[in-house]
Design a protein around this ligand. Sequence first.
Ligand code: TXA
Ligand code: MG
Length: 350
Amino acid sequence: MRTRVITVDAASPDPTLVAEAAAVLRGGGLVAFPTETVYGLGAHALDARAVERIFEAKGRPASDPLIVHVADSGDLDQLVRVVPAAARDLARRFWPGPLTLVLPKQSRVPAAVTAGLDTVAVRLPSHPVARALLLAAGVPIAAPSANLFSRPSPTSAAHVLEDLDGRIDVVVDGGSTTVGVESTVLDLTSDPPAVLRPGGITLEALRAAIPAVVLRIATAEASGAQVSPGRLPLHYAPRTPLWLFEGDPSLAIAALHRAAAERAGRGERVAVLVSDEQAARFDGADVIIGTLGAWADQAVAAARLFALLRDLDAASPSVILAIVPPAHGLGLAVADRLRRAAGGHIVTLE
Ligand code: TXA
Ligand code: MG
């Protein structure tokens, strides 16, 4: 299969080009497209065969359910059995935007989308290209992140092609995504509602709407240290082994610095992933430095994270030593992705 690249303007995509991509989707094809978070790999959500092709292209296990993207919050009524008042309120506050709501599904949503679950995850993205594509397609679009299973999520069309060139029909190239980490997944079928994946809408923002909301991250507890290494699935992972340093911030960066010096001293090619402030410690050191911006603005860390993991990989170090950002705001989502990328290689300093 040849993958066609359709390049559009991110802010006002050419309707003719969008219509071509939409026609591929309606016909059961696979189209990768930018959302405000990461690139998604889209298929007609009510076409079970099209949805199955997503899993084949990504090498994703069928047990991992997909998010259904809609053009309008009114579309919830076609996918969800009961739309609770809380869902309408959250949609009014946060849609279009990086919040995914898990709700009881209608039978017309294929089991392939929801991995056989009785619930469906729905979101209304804010990216102009995603919105134009959804409107033109006129059908809900199931879309996981457009990466090969277990690779870092793609924040540019180049990342999508790195993983999926020749495996999908179309990539709509609308430049780099802005948020950089995936949407927040909120389960509204549990009481109190639970965040299953921290993401682009912060926990603080959600708590302003639903004070009782809890964090229930399936695979990595808030403290990675308590989790036995094997239980953390390798996810969002660079090919290079990644070790994550967390706990007391000044002890953690000192330990990371020491580990980098020891490894470099043994002749290893070492990469570090730290904040702008922390990068100064490595002046003159023989290490590859990736910076996540200043901790004061965690939007920068979120926007850069996945591209940096790919860039550091491309430099072929023997190891990536990374530091966890402060656990508030978007830092919660960045920390979550780093823990998954570490796959249990976590050093906690107290
Ligand atoms: O920002 C995003 O959410 C991106 C863009 C493309 O929209 N999409 C994305 O999809 O990250 P994916 O497939 O990589 O992640 C979907 C997440 C998974 O953690 C999955 O387990 C969860 O949503 N999910 C989907 N359906 C669910 C359900 N019915 N119940 C619980 N979790 C669900
Ligand atoms: Mg993903």
